[in-house]
Design a binder for this molecule. Structure first.
Ligand code: BGC
Ligand code: NOJ
Length: 811
């Protein structure tokens, strides 16, 4: 089946039937105010924090999936339908959803009436806009009635879906003109409210769900619509909603537009109330004025599109492969923005409640985003690092609203702290801004501490040095990057956290080869940072730490044909030919090579050959083999999943990117590209009924060969795959690598490529790079001309001159 196609020209994915294999979602918003939206207008909106400032209600775990959203109901004669198909699901004569960058436009047509809704959030606004266009394509007059619908969430999404005994009594609204204000808890401790307004004249409204939908009805048959009329209800407790009723008369050929604003506003604590006790609404009035008619709204939309064109212009590429171009120039960068903003908090698979900003996740997300808006990356790095404790350990996640770390999903992940080295060095290379290192952000456990970011880097390395196991490899703690390899937690009771429960007594035996590789990389980055700030003697110390650890990996982490994964808490090998199951794992192959282990002595190549022989499939590389068939108490969650899913031998796309990079490090450009394409979403379009997830963004995992549903993807959007795929492609395959004092050109491409072009904005200059693969090889540069002059080596110097420079590279 075919559900849509890419419109690269418009940077959109066009879905042309609503019954996609799963809801295919998109994101609205770039900063602070966000929404998720499906191809049938399901989803919700929130301000800054999907858990603590949820504006509208969504029902996860519902039948059907993707229930509740931003709906428009149309009554045209006797027929009632939604242009977004859901929730009534009346068959449309035409349907189209265009998911674009930060906006979605959904169009439905029935009986010669076409209704389209453009949903977007202007850059940095605290509101979303629904621009509705109604077209009478028939040759008779039409007098239609339209209803808008949102259901308010009582702000705290967790409490909202659990604490009904209180919540059914606290809901409050105000109605003024054609605006509905949601103000639950405003009379006490909240100084924010939400609004839903329209620029059209309304013929009615409702704010009480029981009056509009009915207690025994659903969104597919609201009683008010059946009766044809709203009740102008005011919600007192129960379930507040926002509904406008609007009458539209259209002559043949008429097009009319209506705009809706859904937004969030705040007041100073001591200036919340008017004298009559109503909400002070000045922020709303300002916003309403700003978007008071379609001209202003469409201008804001054009600005929104320009904003995105500008963001994407920092990096663009033209290769012979349209899929590579599409991902690199549009969708991968877009997904990097989304993961940067959301971390692992809000998607169709992350409830917005369970997880916030992950320490390891967000550090990695920075890697794919830093070239777009380095200043935002700077702030994010400081926010993340501020949640580190003075002993080097980290809160595994923090809430975006409060920026405070918490242990809700455990702690003691012994890789967390090391990712900071990677994000900081990436930021420094991109921006050259040393000042970040000396920002005094303190430690989370010491009030008023004035530790600088630089101290965090040092303590991060030190933590690993202080926590080595019997073989000299880093202790794994509750887990490393693989949350599910829980070698120190022996969980026996259902429902326990695998990362917390059953913590064993002797927890200083289990070691991780993956962390060891990551540590080598982190030390190399630290050495680079120290050179950059003129501390060459200190730098040598860290380079030496890396060298020692490389030796340890070679001595204790090698299994003959690949790198071991770990030692368990009994000192036995994990990921070895001696194991019955889980003989070879992907992460330690990737990270040993990324940590520069075994590239010279052939181990790297041997390990990657083993990956290719044992783990690689046409859908990507499986996490390990053979899959665990039963639960192994001493290995943890990894063995809890049915074989082929998630960390138990699923294809975890995130770690596939490390193998892509590793292949470039040993010069195998064809292999790197083969792996890149194997997990590339657009290349799944021809097997989409198996794949099921969105073909325009990465999903966290695809079911592996052991699964009953091999090739089926799950958990789209919020995955480290986004950032790392961008890094793998831009820095390693195309080989355009920002460095402290220049731009390195070091491609590793498929041999058959003739040439490619990259435009890279870097440190206030634009580099127009053309690479000619004259001798049909994967790696190795013969000459580089910069503005027609040959340079030595492969690093283009910094110009920082606001000019464009032509770079001609011959391989
Ligand atoms: C999943 C991991 C995830 C973790 C988050 C586990 O159940 O398998 O992929 O990172 O939960 O806490
Ligand atoms: C998803 C988590 O967000 C990430 O932190 C982790 O590394 C992977 N799962 C693998 O377990």
């Amino acid at each position: 089946m075919n559900y849509g196609y890419f419109d690269d020209e418009n940077k959109e994915y066009v879905i042309n039937r609503p019954d996609t294999p799963l809801p295919w979602i998109n994101y609205l918003g770039t900063k602070d105010f966000f929404g998720i939206i499906s191809n049938t207008a399901g989803g919700y909106s929130f301000y800054q924090d999907a858990k603590l400032r949820r504006l509208t209600r969504y029902r996860y775990n519902n039948i059907p999936m993707d229930s509740n959203g931003r709906y428009i109901y149309i009554k045209d004669g006797s027929s009632v339908w939604n242009p977004t198909w859901k929730p009534i699901n009346v068959e449309l004569d035409n349907y189209e959803c265009r998911h674009g960058l930060g906006y979605s436009k959904i169009t439905g047509e029935k009986d010669d009436l076409e209704v389209s809704i453009l949903y977007f959030i202007p850059p940095e606004a605290r509101n979303e806009i629904w621009h509705v266009e109604i077209k009478n394509k028939s040759n008779t007059d039409k007098n239609i009635r339209l209803w808008s619908f949102v259901e308010w969430c009582l702000w705290d999404a967790q409490d909202d879906m659990t604490n009904f005994q209180r919540n059914y009594s606290i809901g409050e609204v105000e109605v003024e003109g054609s605006a509905v204000f949601h103000k639950s808890e405003y009379r006490e401790r909240r100084n924010h409210y939400a609004y839903f307004s329209t620029d059209a004249e309304i013929s009615g409204f409702d704010t009480a769900r029981d009056e509009f939908v009915g207690v025994h009805n659903g969104l597919s048959n609201p009683i008010a619509i059946k009766k044809g009329e709203c009740k102008n209800s005011i919600a007192h407790g129960w379930l507040p909603i926002g509904v406008h009723q609007i009458d539209v008369d259209l002559k043949p050929g008429d097009i009319k537009s209506i705009n809706f604003l859904l937004g969030y506003a705040e007041n100073p604590k001591d200036a919340k109330f008017n004298s009559d006790g109503s909400i002070v609404k000045s922020e709303f009035y300002n916003t309403k004025e700003k978007f008071s008619n379609s001209d202003k709204v469409l201008e804001a939309f054009q600005n929104h599109k320009k904003y995105w064109d500008n963001l994407l212009s920092n990096f663009s590429v033209q290769t012979e492969d349209p899929i590579v171009n599409r991902m690199a120039n549009i969708w991968n960068q877009y997904q990097c923005m989304v993961t940067f903003n959301m971390s692992r908090s809000a998607s169709l698979y992350e409830s917005g409640i369970g997880r916030g900003m992950g320490y390891r996740d967000s550090n990695q997300d920075v890697l794919g985003f830093v070239h777009m808006i380095p200043e935002w990356a700077r702030q994010r790095i400081l926010d993340i690092a501020s949640t580190q404790l003075s002993d080097g350990t980290c809160y595994h996640q923090y809430q975006p609203l409060t920026k405070k770390g918490n242990s809700d999903i455990g702690g003691g992940f012994n890789d967390d702290h090391l990712w900071l080295l990677l994000s900081v060095s990436a930021y420094l290379k991109e921006s050259g801004d040393k000042s970040i290192l000396f920002e005094k952000i303190g430690f989370a456990d010491i009030p008023n501490s004035d530790a600088a970011l630089f101290d965090h880097l040092k303590i991060s390395i030190q933590y690993t040095l202080d926590n080595l196991g019997p073989n000299g490899l880093p202790l794994i703690g509750h887990a490393d990057w693989n949350d599910c390899l829980n070698l120190n937690c022996f969980s026996t009771e259902p429902g326990e956290s695998f990362q917390l429960a059953g913590h064993i007594e002797n927890d200083r035996i289990a070691e991780s080869v993956m962390i060891a590789g990551l540590f080598c990389k982190a030390c190399d980055e630290m050495a680079g940072i120290l050179n950059f700030i003129d501390q060459p003697n200190e730098s040598i110390i860290y380079a030496e730490y890396a060298n020692q650890m490389r030796q340890t990996i070679i001595n204790k982490g090698w299994d003959g044909d690949w790198f071991l994964r770990a030692y368990d808490s009994f000192g036995n090998k994990v990921g070895s030919k001696d194991c019955e199951e889980g003989k070879i794992f992907i992460e330690s192959q990737g990270w040993s090579v990324l940590g520069n282990v075994g590239i010279e002595n052939g181990m790297a190549q041997k390990a990657l050959d083993s990956v290719s022989q044992i783990l690689a499939t046409k859908n990507g590389i499986m996490l390990q083999q053979p899959a665990y068939k039963s639960y192994h108490l001493h290995l943890g969650e990894v063995s809890s999943y049915p074989p082929g899913y998630k960390e138990n031998a699923g294809i975890f796309t995130h770690n596939n990117t490390w193998i892509q990079i590793a292949e470039t490090l040993i010069g195998r450009g064809d292999k790197a590209m083969e792996y890149y394409k194997a997990i590339c979403p657009p290349s799944k379009e021809d097997q989409i009924d198996i794949y099921r997830s969105e073909p325009y963004v990465y999903s966290q995992m695809t079911a592996g060969n052991d699964a009953a549903t091999t090739g089926e993807a799950k958990n789209s959007w919020l995955t480290g795959t986004a950032a790392w795929s961008f890094v793998a492609l831009s820095n390693y395959i195309l080989g355009i690598q920002p460095d402290y004092n220049g731009l390195i050109i070091n491609p590793c491409i498929p041999k058959e490529w003739n040439n490619f072009k990259v435009i890279r904005k870097f440190r206030n200059s634009t580099y127009q790079i053309e690479i000619i693969n004259q001798s049909k090889k994967s790696k190795g540069i013969t000459t580089i001309l910069v503005d027609n002059l040959e340079i030595e080596g492969n690093k283009i110097p910094l110009f920082e001159d606001n000019k464009t420079h032509k770079v001609l590279v011959t391989m």
